[in-house]
Design a protein around this ligand. Sequence first.
Ligand SMILES: *[C@@H]1O[C@H](CO)[C@@H](O)[C@H](O)[C@H]1NC(C)=O
Ligand SMILES: *[C@@H]1O[C@H](CO)[C@@H](O)[C@H](O)[C@H]1NC(C)=O
Ligand SMILES: *[C@@H]1O[C@H](CO)[C@@H](O)[C@H](O)[C@H]1NC(C)=O
Ligand SMILES: *[C@@H]1O[C@H](CO)[C@@H](O)[C@H](O)[C@H]1NC(C)=O
Ligand SMILES: CC(=O)N[C@H]1CO[C@H](CO)[C@@H](O)[C@@H]1O
Length: 494
Amino acid sequence: VEYFAVAVGCLLAVIVVSGIIALILAVVGVKDVYLPPGTKYGMVFDAGSSHTALYIYQWPANKENGTGIVSQAEACTVPGPGISSYAENPANAGASLRACLDKAMTIIPAEQQRETPTYLGATAGMRLLREQNSTKADLVFAEVSKTIQQYPVDFRGARILTGNEEGSFGWITINYLLETLVKFSFAGKWIRPQAAEVLGALDLGGASTQITFQPSGTIEDNSTEVFFRLYGTNYSIYTHSYLCYGRDQALKMLLVALRKNLTSQQISHPCYPRGYEENVTAAALYDSPCVPAPAAHDPSQILTVRGTGAPAECRNAVQKLFNFTACGANRTCGFNGVYQPPEHGQFFAFSGFYYTFYFLNLTNGQPLSAVNATIWGFCTKGWKELQASFPQESHRRLHNYCPSAFYILTLLHEGYKFDEQMWSNIHFRQKAANTDIGWTLGYMLNLTNMMPAEAPEQVKGQQHGLWAAAIFFIVLTAAVALMAILVLCLWNPT
Ligand SMILES: *[C@@H]1O[C@H](CO)[C@@H](O)[C@H](O)[C@H]1NC(C)=O
Ligand SMILES: *[C@@H]1O[C@H](CO)[C@@H](O)[C@H](O)[C@H]1NC(C)=O
Ligand SMILES: *[C@@H]1O[C@H](CO)[C@@H](O)[C@H](O)[C@H]1NC(C)=O
Ligand SMILES: *[C@@H]1O[C@H](CO)[C@@H](O)[C@H](O)[C@H]1NC(C)=O
Ligand SMILES: CC(=O)N[C@H]1CO[C@H](CO)[C@@H](O)[C@@H]1O
């Protein structure tokens, strides 16, 4: 009986200890402990209204080594117009992406390609196309998806971002790159930077513009409020996207507004330089939901647009694109009746804001009065003088800098209400930490769960060596115990 009890005891001990070993190995996962070092990649197509760009990001495998560690490996501009322009010929939208996808395949090592998360996000150009004809928008998405699926990547879908998402992800991108949300300290811990203030984001696309910031007070209109919890901190952010107030659509609205007389073939344009002339068809002018076509009009009619180079008239015409009276009396407001709390903190203004102001050499922190003076001066130049001053600039774009600049000035100063003092808080930037600023990085960080809601106590990858050693030690101890039990059991019987 005694012998039997000892045998059962030994057997139980063996089972329990083996179980513990098995459990440890299963929970930890041998794979997890011995992940090979290397670089991981992710790709995001930014399908904007005027063009598409592919961003390739990289980060060290198995260790998100603090924020700022995801960096841009490459940015590739897709040749041709934005995907929404292929509504009549969707197959070509897919084909247009090939050059950049081919390039990506030369950058991402072959063995990494299959696990490279790849996204396509479309913005206001596709929002407008969907508004016009959602079947056409679906066909374009089907074609771009088909093309991307022909490449050996982990394609996770093509979709239209909402205006609020576009603004929020731009805000996350900036604050991630500037390490205002979280920082990796030298002590090897994630910390929330105490001194750092989050920055606001001002984005100007071709078909929409976004303003996003953390106000000092409460947000009174919850359609403009987004909440995130990032690294253990709650953020309540104001964001609004104004559809049709991107640069290209705004200039289209301006041109239509300047067409005072529907029977005339002529349009006088005070923002275009004297001596500049171009023809547009009525079909091209009224091709967007931002500019409703007149009831009876002939799409094949050809209109002649003539520049008059008159800055005061130009400014007046641009101001009329905004409705500044639609807000209730006791509400802080942007324009067109959209709620906006008072601005707070520093802002980065990027994409269209940056490109136009960079051309005019206005990105060095010039005060509002100097910006105003430069734009007025630029808008008085005649077409010949302009071409002579900027011989290397494409003539297709040169005539648009004056209206674009007045548009940006009016949008920021009167639309978003940046007064003279607040103006100095706007920083016109294209990049931060060598990475282009836009919504794409924030979008990828969110979708790959690289921005956890809770602050990790320590990064598993960081403590890799220690972690592996601890597991090894526990398993070794358990194995020795197992041996000891077996030996004792075998010695005991008699
Ligand atoms: C991670 O951070 C450490 C300490 O800051 C640094 O020495 C190391 O180069 C970083 N790793 C990568 C892959 O950037
Ligand atoms: C939308 O586009 C589809 C495909 O091009 C076309 O067949 C359909 O007639 C269009 N619908 C409208 C309302 O224009
Ligand atoms: C501005 O908006 C208000 C309220 O929506 C409207 O009554 C008014 O006509 C608008 N003004 C212009 C110039 O469009
Ligand atoms: C651009 O502006 C800065 C600051 O106002 C000035 O110092 C610089 O000379 C300007 N550059 C050009 C090319 O105009
Ligand atoms: C800011 C934002 O849109 N965050 C999203 C990130 O992704 C999760 C799902 O994984 C969404 O729930 C969040 O809203």
